[in-house]
Design a binder for this molecule. Sequence first.
Ligand code: MCN
Ligand code: CUM
Length: 796
Amino acid sequence: MTTQALDEIKIGGLGASRKRVEDDRFIRGKGNYTDDVVLPGMLHMEILRSPLPHARITSIDTSKAWALPGVHLVLTGEMMATRNLAWMPTLSYDTQAVLATDKVRFQGQEVACVIADDPYIAKDACELIEVDYEPLPPIVNPWQGLEPDAPVIRDDKEGQADNVVYNWEVGDKAGTDRAFEQADVVSKLELHYPRSHPSPIECCGSVADFNRATQKLTVYMTTQAPHIIRAAVAMVAELPEQMIRIISPDIGGGFGNKVPIYPGYVCSILASILLERPVKWIEDKTGNLISTGFARDIYLKGEMALRKDGKILGFRMHTDADHGAFFADAQPSKFKIGLMHSTFAAYDIPVAHLTARGVYTNKAPGGVAYRCSFRVTEAMFFQERMMQAAADDLGLDQAAFRRMNFVRDDDFPHRTALGFLTDSGQYAKCLDVGLAAIDYDSFRKEQAEARKRGRLLGLGISTMTEPLGAGNSREYDILGIKMFDSADLKVHMTGKAILRTGAKTQGQGHETTWAQIVAHELGIPAEDVTVEEGDTDTAPFGMGTYASRSTPVAGAAVAMVSRKIRAKARKLAAHLLEVSEEDIDWELGRFYVRSAPSQGVSIQECAMAAYSNMPDGMEPGLENTAYYDPPNLTWPFAVYIVTVEVDPETGVWDVLRMVAVDDCGVRINPMIVEGQIMGGLTEAYAMASMQFITFDADGNCVGSNYMDYLLPSAWETPGYELHSEVVTPCPHHPIGAKGIGECAAVGGPAAFVNAVMDALGGTGVRNIDMPVLPDRVWEALTYRRDVAGYPPVRQD
Ligand code: MCN
Ligand code: CUM
């Protein structure tokens, strides 16, 4: 028996830019999305939404809807209440109305549902439902909510006398005060990160199928975390967990939109139980944009204590988050404002203090992490805007100021001022690569020359480090469920395999990349490994995909389960080669006798032996499961540099160049990583330049359609120059990988805004809130003043 060592790239292992296997079906139109699920006898559900942002419901008359032919059921909050389902728990220890009973609390809130033969009848019937509302004053920003005489939005909650969701703090207040006393210069900044929406192509939806005979409930749905949904349904609907099967089929983009539990899911499930027929609910675009997945909407202010030479001595920060009517986004239980306290984690700052307040308003639940590990986007945006302002105040060079304050390469693991332990990085090197790529010194000269001729050029630098991979389970849980993840690998007798994990891909390419990890660990060609996710009846328990946790946690579990398989295969190899295990060595895909390397067996031969020729006493089969509890988060790092030209006449700005240097440790699939970065940069550009979803003073959502809420097309999207030469392997991840899925969306926005602000240098303008629309730039230039987003930032 002789076999050759394998070329890892040829078998699609680590580092191979393998084409995405899932795209075969997507580009042929053969994907299987929730709306593709069609079951015999299936009915359709539509939701009646509130036209008002805040109103008492005095009556609901559903008789005309019931009378419409083809209608099977009309659900109201009152009926939900008889099942104890009018309210449901949220992922942040709050409650959320499933269907409104007492009041409506945001425009677009779910008031009733109709289940009918087809979606058109259901929609028509919704319009026949008569609801009497008694309008209440709407609260559309935190400042209104904090007024002493503001109406209490959450009067349903016992003991809730105001609109404050939480007050939270972290850091060393006294120490920070002392740092400010010693400062030569104090730099300040205040800004608003506007509401934004992940807006995936596919909206949310579900097909619930309760079978009375078997008592089994199967739900096909658009969720990024199927096992969490299963547990929630078991607890809320009081159904036995083993009788619930959640299937998350192909997902047309998640971006955080598909993490929360939405009323539509719950109503379709109850409707199916009551009618004993499958019930499909597919949200329309306006429903998606008006009621689900809102992110950001946060006011940030802070100040930095600085020494003349540029050393940062400390910072304080305060955030006011507009959470909408229900505190419904997911975050680790210990932290009220997500991982906001990862702000400034890349900088070596001795002391800091952060306070955070959450406020209820008459808007849809907000704060969902949109391509962001629990509020890190806001944290990094403030950080890099503040770094720019501080460097300007000190009269220091933007790049030099950052470099002198970076955590040094030999200073890891590093404890940040607000308590995180960062693991590794080469921050200065990433910056140097970026500066060389953009030709920093030449650009600064060109900028000065252009300025003399009235042309406004600008350069913006942004860096980011992001805590990715929640958990470890000691510190990270959601509603008490510890954060870890899993992988299950079954190697069949012919050496082909099926791998399942507790994560759930929504476009990130897990079907491609997980197989590459198996190929790397076992030498089984990636094309021989099928990857399946999202079915709770077959996948091992896991916490799902968000916070770019899949590679850090589930991906690690894939490596660990492969190693378990290899350990058993080694015993089989010893048996086949008739030597003892200790005399065997491994090279990719092959065990061989150390003293006679030409004698070896392939992993495939071991697999066959596991079913046909195992040693006496050995358990047959070659299958295993690994649960992975990471020792720490992974900490990727990136530098983004943008150059722009601003037209002083119109305020229009164009991106000249964008350079991105990402260090996400070892790259499993470089092509997929680049795709993730480009997608994230495009979302960053959209947020910085054009996206605007807001509320007028009456609480109407402005931006609930694609005429108002803009998505950049290929035409607007700038070109990106990506750099991959800096690789700092994660010291605690089995294959050295760090997460990448969100980095560019997290770090990108500040680079664009900083570039425009740099172009306006010398005008005294300190801030223009996003989106940095041309009229805002024009206003800033013309009147030499800051331009705040709507609603205006309050001046204390
Ligand atoms: N990868 C790699 N090498 C690394 C890191 C990652 O090859 N060192 C690969 C992974 O194997 C995976 C992809 O890159 O195929 C992203 O990996 P990871 O960073 O682990 O992120 P997740 O898989 O957990 O994806 C979640 C992340 C989040 S939270 C949002 S939001 C987001 C994002 O991914 N939503 C997306 N990218 C998205 N991309 C698409 N197409 N659609 C979405 O909904
Ligand atoms: Cu952070 S949005 Mo993603 O975590 O699904």
